[in-house]
Design a protein around this ligand. Structure first.
Ligand code: BTN
Length: 270
């Protein structure tokens, strides 16, 4: 758990970014996404706002999964207006993944990539999960809100983790070997991320093609054989980047382009 002094210093540094109207850092909440959605709906949190927690009792993942939320996992959620442009494109989640991958690459001894739509991988293992949720405005004076929840394994010990995570997840500190580095405290990772997030958002605002133009260099799936489970069928093919809406392009064995807007994608190891 972060000491009061470190927590206060982190909040101060976040305020100095001059981006969020409200910032809170808790010892424990049920889920930062749930908490922030409730508070925004009841008008307690102005937009944009940020909450961070040391622990979650009921962390949630995509597809209704549980997010294992141990000590050493940096867990936070950002509430921001959900604009018409965000609604029309599926690209905001991709942008969040790119900002995390850039952050991890700056800090880790290794290169991070985004597995479409927005899991972040380091050394072919998952280091970060992102859950984006939206909620409609409550009256004409409020915004439609989007909540971006992010969990980054900073200093996580997986020895007590659920079985399937032990071989598929990684923590940032593992790339440093036995050296303890200042750079991997949760608050420094958060500050690096927030700086990247504000910067990439600005890039995207001034250049609507920015995500598509930069996606290839962060794309973990590119060129891999994948299997995509859709609600009504399963497709197999080669992952071939994204289109202008952020949909994943999969080229099947007949050379047909399939556009994937949502679904579970897993690489096929041959
Ligand atoms: C996934 O990969 O399934 C997404 C995981 C998202 C986890 C984060 S942790 C902070 C925020 N609060 C939650 O309850 N979930 C997200």
């Amino acid at each position: 758990m972060l000491s009061e002094v470190r927590r206060a210093a982190a909040i101060q540094a976040i305020h100095e970014l001059d981006h969020f109207k409200k910032v809170e850092w808790f010892s424990e909440v049920d889920s930062t996404n749930r908490y922030l959605a409730r508070e925004c709906r009841s008008g307690q949190f102005p937009i944009p706002s940020l909450i961070v927690t040391d622990r979650q009792s009921r962390g949630i993942g995509r597809g209704g999964n549980t997010w294992w939320s141990p000590d050493g996992c940096l867990m936070f959620s950002i509430a921001m207006p959900w604009s018409q442009r965000d609604r029309e494109s599926a690209k905001l989640p991709l942008l969040a993944g790119m900002a995390v991958a850039q952050t991890i690459t700056q800090l880790a001894h290794g290169r991070a990539y985004v597995k479409w739509p927005n899991d972040v991988y380091l050394e072919d293992r998952k280091i970060c999960g992102i859950l984006m949720e939206s909620s409609a405005r409550i009256d004409e004076n409020s915004h439609d809100i989007c909540i971006i929840g992010i969990g980054i394994n900073c200093c996580v010990d997986f020895s007590n983790a659920p079985e399937e995570l032990r071989s598929t997840a990684i923590s940032l500190h593992e790339t440093f070997g036995s050296r303890i580095e200042e750079a991997i405290t949760p608050e420094s990772v958060l500050l690096h991320f927030l700086n990247r997030w504000i910067a990439v958002h600005e890039e995207w605002r001034s250049d609507p093609q920015w995500i598509q133009s930069n996606w290839e260099s962060w794309d973990w799936l590119s060129g891999r054989m994948v299997e995509v489970t859709l609600p009504d069928r399963v497709i197999q093919g080669v992952a071939s980047g994204i289109d202008s809406t952020g949909a994943l392009i999969v080229i099947d064995r007949f050379g047909r382009n399939e556009r994937v807007l949502s679904g579970t994608v897993r690489p096929i190891v041959t």
